[in-house]
Design a protein around this ligand. Structure first.
Ligand SMILES: Nc1ncnc2c1ncn2[C@@H]1O[C@H](COP(=O)(O)OP(=O)(O)OP(=O)(O)O)[C@@H](O)[C@H]1O
Ligand SMILES: [Mg+2]
Length: 611
């Protein structure tokens, strides 16, 4: 079989390639066939013995022509390398073969092939021929793309030099590098995309590389380009598949998993795998800052539960702004908390807010891309946003389920309190009143002083029990709240409080007679009730003021005392009064503010919507 026929024989294997890649292989084959024709060796175009042989003459002008036997063996090597493209070699094995073929076919002592990574910033692979492993190890790092290699990376055109050292752009060789003079470099390009370069040095016999060498090297470079693109296409398609599977898995978990923590753990784990991050964190707002609710990666020690301030951390700023950010160098970003960064030992990051209906409810943070380039790409950011979107749904759902169950508990509690209050009033109160009535005839007929005294003490006991029962019923659920509304109910509460505590209590209402929605009335009543209880229990106050007023679309209750005050950040963990107030107010769609400092009295402000 002739060399041209061998190239053609590789064609059926092209069926398996994407059409544009196949076109490039066909183009490479066409160029090979053209080269064969120029060398007068193409099988399909029998040579006319009388016509001049164009190929060798063309080369003769600037390079010595190889012997016929030489050319045949060169072409055999070239064609073998072409066929290897359609075999099942791994990319590295294939590129290694191309480097070796290039060295053999051009008579170069050394050859190298550098593949530029997807960022275009660094070399992803560097394969050589003619350099033994000891020399490799002695030279050390991969080339950084300075000097002559850099020229080829920046300007993707073939470059031939008689002596590298003579070129002003040369920066010399690293320590232990073998000496090299003659040089031929060709770009590995496909459809305008530069994938890397093929370098050849030290042509045998101290000659310069010829035009023919350059053409052969370009042919091999074209094959390398096809192989690299194939590998990248394959990598892309498997990456898409993995992304699709992971997003699908998270989607399914959203529908089946009720607990928030494992769900966030799954989101963090899958994102960490897909973007190759060292660490992925999910932080949710808690108190005045953020708290890391999920952490995945190799170095999560101490990360879960870590607290971040809202204004002193990048995550806090991203939460406020609601916009994703990619940061290649954390050290250079003034918003980053450098102490936390040092603690985690990280350098780059992606910050993605969890957005629900335009509101930020948390932040996903990925740190340090693993691999040769330690920074994340825009694709990584988009992927993190898709995962962030799902995490946001999970957090929102869990908050809503949580709020719903608390609301149901609060409603049930109020109903139960109202039932108990009614029962105490109607049943127990009536029974005690009947006892009082029954005492009357007994007192009238009692004959001894002892009997009368006993009956008197029974009467007093029954009266005080009756008062206690009434007070308890009012505390449980004042009927005035249902019957007359918030203001009369608070007036009664204040009267009772004044009587029992002996404190000076001023109540001012600017609400008039208008009734508010039942939820708003109950919420404000319970807040005032707990605030007054706290004043008696903790404040040692002498004066208390209560103000009810309208504000914007809502109603505000302010309870102020001149007592000891306290540090709102340092309350007991088992205290539930203030936490319960805050929960009730936020359930009603409002907000609670507690202003206090040791020695400075306390002000509780509760604001709820009035419609
Ligand atoms: N008006 C106040 N003056 C001084 N300290 C207060 C006042 N209100 C609350 N505190 C402080 O805040 C803490 C928390 O109050 P909170 O109502 O949550 O719990 P508690 O009253 O101690 O217990 P409970 O769970 O029964 O309400 C109190 O223990 C007290 O130290
Ligand atoms: Mg309390």
């Amino acid at each position: 079989m002739t060399a041209g026929a061998s190239v053609a024989a590789a064609a059926p294997a092209l069926d398996a390639l994407p059409s544009d890649v196949a076109c490039d292989v066909v183009e490479a084959a066409r160029r090979a066939a053209a080269l064969l024709r120029r060398l007068g060796l193409a099988g399909r175009q029998p040579r006319n013995p009388r016509s001049p042989r164009r190929g060798p003459r063309a080369f003769r002008e600037d390079a010595p022509v190889s012997s016929q036997a030489d050319q045949v063996s060169r072409l055999r090597v070239l064609v073998d390398a072409g066929i290897a493209l359609s075999s099942e070699l791994s990319l590295d094995a294939l590129l290694q073969r191309i480097v070796e073929t290039a060295a053999e076919i051009t008579g170069a002592r050394y050859a190298a092939l550098g593949v530029i990574d997807r960022t275009g910033q660094a070399l992803e692979r560097f394969l050589t021929s003619g350099v033994d492993s000891e020399t490799h190890a002695a030279i050390g790092d991969l080339p950084h793309g300075r000097g002559i290699l850099g020229v080829l990376i920046r300007d993707a055109r073939p470059l031939r030099l008689h002596d590298i050292a003579d070129d002003p752009r040369s920066v010399g060789f690293p320590h232990n590098h073998p000496p090299m003079k003659s040089f031929l470099g060709v770009p590995i390009v496909l459809r305008g995309v530069a994938y890397g370069n093929l370098y050849l040095t030290e042509k045998a016999g101290g000659e310069d590389f010829s035009d023919e060498d350059s053409e052969l090297a370009q042919l091999l470079a074209a094959q390398a380009a096809v192989a690299i693109e194939n590998a990248r296409l394959y990598e892309n398609s498997t990456r898409w598949l993995r992304q699709f599977e992971s997003l699908n898995e998270v989607g399914n978990a959203l529908a089946s998993e009720l607990e928030l923590e494992p769900l966030l753990g799954l989101v963090a784990r899958r994102l960490q795998e897909l973007v190759d991050a060292k660490l992925v964190l999910i932080a949710l707002p808690e108190g005045d800052g953020l708290r890391v609710a999920a952490a995945e990666g190799g170095s999560t020690y101490g990360a879960t539960g870590m607290e971040l301030t809202l204004h002193g951390s990048k995550a806090g700023r991203v939460l406020e702004r609601g916009r994703s950010e990619r940061i290649d160098s954390l050290l250079d970003d003034p918003e980053v908390d450098q102490q936390a960064t040092r603690r985690l030992g990280v350098h780059s990051a992606l910050y993605v807010p969890l957005l629900v209906r335009g509101r930020s409810i948390g932040v996903v943070i990925a740190h340090d891309k693993q691999g040769p380039t330690p920074v994340f790409s825009e694709d990584d950011l988009r992927l993190a946003e898709s995962f962030g979107f799902r995490a946001a749904i999970a957090v929102d759902l869990s908050e809503r389920v949580g709020r719903d169950s608390v609301r149901r508990v609060v409603e049930a509690q109020e109903l139960e309190r109202a039932r108990l209050a009614r029962e105490l009033h109607d049943e127990t109160g009536q029974a005690l009143a009947s006892i009082l009535l029954g005492l009357k005839p007994l007192e009238q007929t009692a004959e001894s002083d002892d009997a009368r005294a006993s009956l008197e003490s029974v009467r007093e006991l029954v009266i005080s029990t009756l008062q206690n029962v009434r007070r308890l019923a009012v505390e449980l659920r004042p009927s005035a709240l249902d019957d007359f509304g918030l203001v009369p109910a608070v007036e009664r509460l204040t009267d009772t409080f004044r009587e029992q505590s002996g404190l000076q209590v001023d109540l001012e209402s600017q609400l008039g007679e208008v009734r508010l929605p039942s939820e708003a009335e109950t919420t404000l009543y319970r807040v005032i009730q707990e605030a007054l209880t706290n004043i008696v229990k903790h404040s040692r106050a002498t004066r208390v003021s209560i103000l009810l007023q309208r504000k914007n679309d809502g109603v505000v209750a302010v309870v102020e005392d001149d007592g000891t005050g306290f540090d709102p950040g340092g309350t007991r963990a088992d205290a539930i009064g203030l936490a319960g107030m805050s929960e009730r107010v936020s359930l009603a769609g409002g907000r609670l503010q507690v202003e206090s400092s040791p020695g400075g009295g306390t002000t509780v402000v509760a604001e709820v919507p009035s419609s």
